[in-house]
Design a protein around this ligand. Structure first.
Ligand code: KIV
Length: 284
């Protein structure tokens, strides 16, 4: 991409619509995932509260805590050199109002090295408060998974006229409040395209069609590590779940048949000849 930055910044992401760039965002939850996504050249890495479901095995995102999010954001931070690192404000970390939202957003910056936060819902007052506290904010509308009980399940949003109007208005309000980008999740393609046309900040879609400025997928979905559910909007680019099972099963077969370890995978005593390539230190 022309004019690609050495490290991605908030203004560079915000300028994507003007440049005509398609932004790429993926989630990551630990050091190797952060390093892998960064090396693959994505623009934005989100430590999503989807952590609760795809890593911690919960049925929804509601139970993940600030401390768990900080712990995982720190790990991802160590692996990310170029991409913009965004941390997701978990359920309960901002619902008490602007003071709580600002305090937790600052925690992500100070304790975990996040460069921005993402917040679910139509909350312009919180977007404004966090932005004023120097924490850039990515907004998130449509199917906001923290609203799962109010929505009565994980359902496409914005299908009827009132819901469509609500999302259009909310999108303009979060932009006016200072959001530098907006995630649109599970909304009809034409609605996402209309939001994208109306805003000057980038929209990043997930299940929102091709009319958004950029696209995001969850790491475990796009690489086939999450095999329990396969939403319509997921495209799998690898089958790491299957590959991992096959690799571990081959290891188990080798151990059970006495084929692992081989002599070259074992150490001799002081008298045994050392292979020339064996490093002096094994780790570090
Ligand atoms: O938590 C998450 O992974 C997200 C993305 C789906 C945008 O919010």
């Amino acid at each position: 991409m022309a004019g690609e930055p050495k490290s991605v910044t908030v203004p560079w992401v915000a300028g994507a619509p003007e440049r005509g760039d398609h932004l790429v965002m993926v989630t990551a939850y630990d050091f190797p995932q952060g390093r892998t996504a960064d090396a693959a050249g994505v623009d934005v890495i989100l430590v999503g509260d989807s952590l609760a479901m795809v890593v911690l095995g919960h049925p929804d995102t509601l139970s993940v805590t600030m401390d768990e999010m900080i712990h995982h954001t720190r790990a991802v931070r160590r692996g990310v050199k170029r991409a913009l690192l965004v941390a997701d404000m978990p359920y309960g970390s901002f619902h008490l109002g602007p003071d709580q939202a600002v305090a937790n957003a600052i925690r992500f910056v100070k304790e975990a090295g996040a460069q921005a936060v993402k917040i679910e819902g139509a909350r312009p007052e919180l977007v404004a408060a966090m932005t004023a506290a120097e924490v850039p904010v990515m907004a998130h509308l449509g199917l906001t998974p923290q609203s799962v009980h109010r929505f009565g399940g994980f359902k496409v949003q914005g299908r009827d006229e009132a819901a469509r109007r609500f999302i259009l208005d909310a999108a303009e309000q979060v932009e006016a409040a200072g959001a530098f980008s907006l995630v649109l999740e599970c909304v009809p393609t034409d609605l996402a395209a209309e939001v994208t046309r109306r805003l000057s900040i980038p929209t990043i879609g997930i299940g929102a069609g091709a009319g958004c400025t950029g696209q995001v997928l969850v790491y475990h979905d796009l690489l086939g590590l999450e095999e329990r559910i396969a939403p319509r909007f997921v495209r799998r680019y690898a089958e790491l779940g299957k590959l991992s099972r096959e690799g571990i099963a081959r290891f188990a077969d080798d151990v059970r048949a006495g084929r692992f370890p081989a002599p070259e995978e074992s150490y001799g005593g002081a008298a045994a000849p050392r292979p020339a390539e064996e490093p002096a230190k094994l780790y570090g």
